[in-house]
Design a binder for this molecule. Structure first.
Ligand SMILES: CC(C)(COP(=O)(O)OP(=O)(O)OC[C@H]1O[C@@H](n2cnc3c(N)ncnc32)[C@H](O)[C@@H]1OP(=O)(O)O)[C@@H](O)C(=O)NCCC(=O)NCCS
Length: 190
């Protein structure tokens, strides 16, 4: 991890830091509040306010695992992780299910860096922090669902919803199977 960054878990104590970053980024995708991977999901019937309250409730009862990255002045990004039961809503679920042999112990869910802080290693620090936390919790097989960026037009970070493949490859994740034109299941064991 870069010496410039520190990490803390998302808890009731760090909620305000997380909320400030989300609000500075228009709720993230217009108000998902990083609820997409949780059992409630986002979309029809959900509002930004409802998503905010749902995320806050998860934070208060401890049913969210999320590493926040700080740059000294505030929270600048995060990496969410959790068990498949905690994070059931991955993208491309039908294709994922077709090739699934065994569920992983852990999933990486939402990864996000504030729009003003991209390209400076925040996501790298976030993934490093998440893997450290997973190791401390007993480890096991970890899956991520990143986007392929090679052999493709250059992609703005904003469109790499589940992170770039290169980032996870740096941490030893390897391709398991393809679940969309540009998205892969990648796995590692910690
Ligand atoms: C994808 C994202 C997380 C990357 O965060 P970041 O802090 O800018 O990434 P880092 O600076 O830590 O980059 C680490 C590595 O990832 C890869 N990477 C990062 N951005 C990339 C891009 N746009 N294209 C290709 N590779 C990229 C590179 O390998 C990079 O290493 P390098 O800088 O040494 O080349 C960020 O752009 C983002 O938050 N996008 C929006 C994601 C989103 O919408 N999340 C919510 C989903 S519901």
């Amino acid at each position: 991890m870069s010496d410039d960054y520190t990490t803390r878990p998302l808890t009731a104590q760090t909620w305000d830091d997380f909320a400030e970053l989300v609000e500075a980024n228009n709720g993230v995708w217009g108000g998902c509040w990083c609820m997409g991977f949780h059992p409630e999901g986002v979309g029809a019937g959900r509002s930004p306010e409802g998503n905010r309250e749902a995320k806050r409730a998860h934070t208060q009862r401890g049913s969210v695992h999320q590493v926040l990255v700080y740059d000294g002045s505030g929270c600048v990004g995060w990496c969410q992780y959790g068990s498949p039961a905690e994070l059931p809503n991955i993208k491309n679920p039908a294709k994922y299910a077709q090739g699934a042999v065994e569920l992983p112990a852990w999933r990486i869910g939402c990864i996000f860096t504030g729009s003003k802080h991209r390209g400076r290693g925040v996501a790298r620090a976030a993934v490093a922090g998440a893997l450290e936390a997973i190791r401390a919790a007993g480890g096991g097989v970890v899956e991520a669902y990143p986007e392929q960026t090679a052999e493709r037009q250059p992609q703005r970070g904003a469109y790499l919803h589940t992170g770039p493949e290169e980032l996870f490859a740096e941490f030893g994740f390897v391709r398991d199977r393809q679940i969309a034109k540009w998205r892969w299941v990648m796995r590692t064991e910690v």
